[in-house]
Write a protein that binds this ligand. Structure first.
Ligand SMILES: Nc1ncnc2c1ncn2[C@@H]1O[C@H](COP(=O)(O)OP(=O)(O)OP(=O)(O)O)[C@@H](O)[C@H]1O
Ligand SMILES: [Mg+2]
Length: 361
């Protein structure tokens, strides 16, 4: 168990803010607090916070209403402001690498190096070839600073800034572990983004954010039927399988046939886009099989999408429940909220595993 106290995980997603607090004892981990609030459309666009006031107010309210006293938090960024690359560099010492990394990054990052925060992890040393593989992460400073600033304005203290895809990987590792000699694809299917992280023997081999998620389904229902955003969301959620709550449209027969067909169509398009990324990985990595696909995120509630991905990828798709290994503190965690929203918690739970005294952020 890493040293220090758990941070509160704050996931500022484009459709909603999720806040989780996990407590770790020798007996295991428990979910101590859970808070959720939807954000109005257009609050966050392409990963940029367009309406800082709403985000700050919502955060303050969530912490106050749920009596979350711990102010040290972990947040994450994703999307276009983050670039993740696996690169190969000559063998060098950690000190040399620290010195060289800016230069190495410059060769691989399409942003001005002055504008990005660089981090890396050594994936594999190959002394026989005089090389080592690194996972290079570059995130735009402006974006990180914006998120951190809005969080500070809510009187919170951001201690760790992580990347969505890695928080999900970290949570999966802690919950289930990655088998060696197997390749798993983790998909976090959100509202505006779907992040793909392909993990081979426990190490991230490929990541990509696909600019498509639950919103494109809702928007297509709106466009073709002329209903409001809220009604289109309700129709869509009424389609979800046993994982999601489903809401008022859950009962069979209440979602019009036309809507079923729209959902089928858009899910197939999303699955095709995911498949293109899987194909790209297979063509470039030398791996010849993806053994399993795990899906999480709000849009993973949609059985139609899970089936579409499974059909295209010809690989078993399994739902990953972010809280499956946590004990739930029923005195402080609203049961109905957890039932309805559990699929959406991977990033916030993953963040809540981070500690305030870790060596590296
Ligand atoms: N039961 C359900 N059935 C179908 N879709 C659902 C269900 N519950 C939530 N969703 C969809 O999941 C999406 C929200 O998921 P999530 O909270 O993971 O996204 P986010 O983190 O806010 O967005 P992003 O990561 O893309 O910025 C929305 O599009 C919502 O309509
Ligand atoms: Mg998200």
């Amino acid at each position: 168990m890493a040293e220090g106290n758990n941070l509160v995980g704050v996931d500022i997603g484009s459709s909603s803010i999720k806040v989780c607090q996990v407590k770790e004892t020798r007996k295991g981990r428990s979910l101590h607090k859970l808070a959720f609030a939807p954000l109005p459309p257009q609050t966050i666009v392409d990963g940029h916070i367009m309406n800082a006031g709403v985000v700050t107010e919502t955060l303050s309210r969530l912490f106050a209403d749920n009596q979350i006293k711990q102010r040290n938090v972990a947040i994450s960024v994703s999307g276009q402001s983050v670039i993740i690359r696996k690169i190969t560099v000559p063998m060098m010492t950690p000190a040399e690498l620290d010195e060289q990394i800016q230069w190495e990054a410059e060769q691989h990052i399409p942003f001005d190096i002055k504008d990005v925060q660089i981090d890396y992890e050594v994936l594999k040393r190959q002394p026989e070839r005089g090389q080592m593989d690194l996972l290079l992460v570059a995130a735009k400073r402006d974006e990180i600073n914006d998120y951190a600033q809005f969080v500070r304005e809510a009187k919170l203290k951001p201690i760790v800034v992580d990347i969505d895809a890695f928080t999900v990987q970290n949570l999966f590792e802690v919950s289930r572990g990655f088998p060696t000699d197997q390749t798993a694809a983790l998909l976090n299917l959100g509202a505006s983004l779907s992040s793909l992280n392909i993990v081979t023997s426990g190490v991230s081999a490929f990541t990509r954010d696909i600019a498509s998620g639950g919103n494109v389904i809702t928007e297509e229902i709106q466009r073709q039927t002329g209903v409001s955003f809220e009604q289109a969301e309700a129709y869509k959620c009424g389609e979800s399988g046993e994982e999601g709550d489903g809401g008022p449209f859950r009962q069979a027969g209440m979602v019009p046939q036309q809507v079923h067909e729209i959902i089928e169509g858009v899910c197939d398009t999303i699955a095709a886009e995911i498949q293109r990324s899987l194909d790209f990985f297979m063509a470039t990595s030398g791996e010849n099989e993806i053994h399993r696909i795990f899906v999480t995120g709000g849009t993973a509630n949609l059985t139609t999408l899970r089936n579409a991905i499974q059909r295209r990828a010809k690989t078993a798709v399994e739902f990953f429940n972010p809280v499956e290994r946590l004990t739930i503190e029923t005195r402080t965690v609203p049961e109905a909220l957890l039932r309805e929203r559990h699929a959406q918690l991977a990033v916030s739970v993953g963040l809540s595993l981070r500690k305030d005294k870790e060596k590296r952020a």
